[in-house]
Every structure is written in structure tokens, then in C-alpha cells.
Design a protein around this ligand. Structure first.
Ligand SMILES: Cc1cc2nc3c(=O)[nH]c(=O)nc-3n(C[C@H](O)[C@H](O)[C@H](O)COP(=O)(O)O)c2cc1C
Length: 174
């Protein structure tokens, strides 16, 4: 299952069944988070004009621009900041705010749930995050972190190369 999921950047012109979309969103709801702080919020976009506006703020030559414009559903992953990894208003580890970590878990849960329903996704991080906040009318104390188009795959990309197990894993010490 994990080896078969690919980033999908072209989708069929097919709507997503409500039950399938609900399963994807439910997977997001059940992601683990720092002390169960659940700093993630999602904005689900089905309106063409909003998708188009978002597709225009991706980095130049971002290969996912058309995916954002044409996917039947686009999920934007937002964070409430200074919650995850914080205690009494202070970050308790040297790594600061853990919202990126928590949102990564939410996003991967959604991508895997989508995959198991026969749907494709691509995580999009390279875009103008302030513009995204404006387009989506997200309050100032939140960050828009990622855009995730969702739809039935219209291509089957071959897997990009991964590190070998030996490069990835060390045993007992570095
Ligand atoms: C945090 C993050 C940000 C990403 N941003 C983009 C992006 O802006 N545009 C894009 O086309 N793909 C983006 N990707 C998808 C990666 O390029 C892709 O996951 C990687 O090449 C591995 O391919 P695979 O997902 O098919 O295994 C992003 C992935 C992650 C995890």
C-alpha cells in the first residue's frame, strides 16, 4: 500500500462520492497530534473560481498547478500556531512549534485514506502562503500550510527513486 501510493497531478473529470470524501476527512480527524492539541483545520474547496485562484499562486513551474485547478476537490491544510509543542504559552522543546509535524501526519492520513479509496492526491507546499490566507479568508493567527488536490487518477506515474534501506536506517547508534 505504501509503495503503491504516488503523487497524482492529473485527475479524471469525475466527481468524488460524498462517502469517499467523508472517509478522507475522517482520516484527518483521527491523526495523532502533540498532546492531542489538534492544531489542524481544513478548508475544503469545490468551487472552481477558488481552485483557479489558488492554482495561480503556486511557485513558477510548479508541476501541480493544473492539479489544483482541475481536481474535483482541493483540501487546504491550515494550522493554529503556538499550540503544538507549547505549554503555558512557551515552546517546551528546542524545536519550537510542532504544527508542521502534526499537519504532516494529518496530510499523510488523508493521502493514504484517499489511496485506499482509489483516489489520488498530491501534497503541494510551494506556493505563496500569505496569498492563500487571503484567498481563503483564514484568520491571522492561522497559517495555510499545504494544498492537497484530490480526485480519480488520470495517470500512473512510476515511483521516484528512494534511498536504500542502508542509507535510511542505522542500528543502535548513528
Ligand atoms: C511537504 C511536501 C511538499 C510538496 N510540495 C509539492 C509541490 O509544491 N508541488 C508538487 O508537484 N509536488 C509536491 N510534493 C510532492 C513530492 O514531489 C512527492 O511526494 C515526491 O516527489 C515523491 O513522489 P511520490 O509522492 O509519488 O512518492 C510535496 C511533497 C511534500 C511531502
Amino acid at each position: 500500500m505504501f509503495t503503491e501510493r504516488r503523487s497524482i497531478r492529473r485527475y479524471k473529470e469525475m466527481e468524488i462520492e460524498k462517502e469517499k470524501l467523508d472517509k478522507v476527512l475522517e482520516a484527518a480527524r483521527w491523526a495523532p497530534s502533540w498532546a492531542n492539541t489538534q492544531c489542524c483545520e481544513l478548508v475544503v474547496i469545490q468551487e472552481g473560481t477558488v481552485k483557479e485562484q489558488l492554482s495561480e499562486i503556486l511557485s513558477k513551474k510548479n508541476p501541480a498547478s493544473l492539479a489544483v485547478k482541475n481536481a474535483p476537490v482541493v483540501i487546504t491544510v491550515c494550522a493554529l500556531v503556538e499550540k503544538s509543542g507549547f505549554y503555558s504559552g512557551k515552546a517546551i522543546t528546542k524545536l519550537g512549534d510542532w504544527f508542521m509535524y502534526d499537519l504532516g501526519l494529518v496530510t499523510q492520513n488523508m493521502c493514504m485514506a484517499a489511496h485506499s479509496e482509489g483516489l489520488g492526491t498530491v501534497i503541494v507546499g510551494a506556493f505563496d502562503h500569505d496569498q492563500a490566507r487571503k484567498i481563503l479568508k483564514v484568520p491571522d493567527d492561522r497559517e495555510v500550510v499545504a494544498i492537497v488536490p484530490l480526485g480519480y487518477p488520470d495517470h500512473e506515474p512510476s515511483p521516484p527513486k528512494r534511498k536504500s534501506m542502508a542509507e535510511l536506517v542505522r542500528w543502535n547508534s548513528y
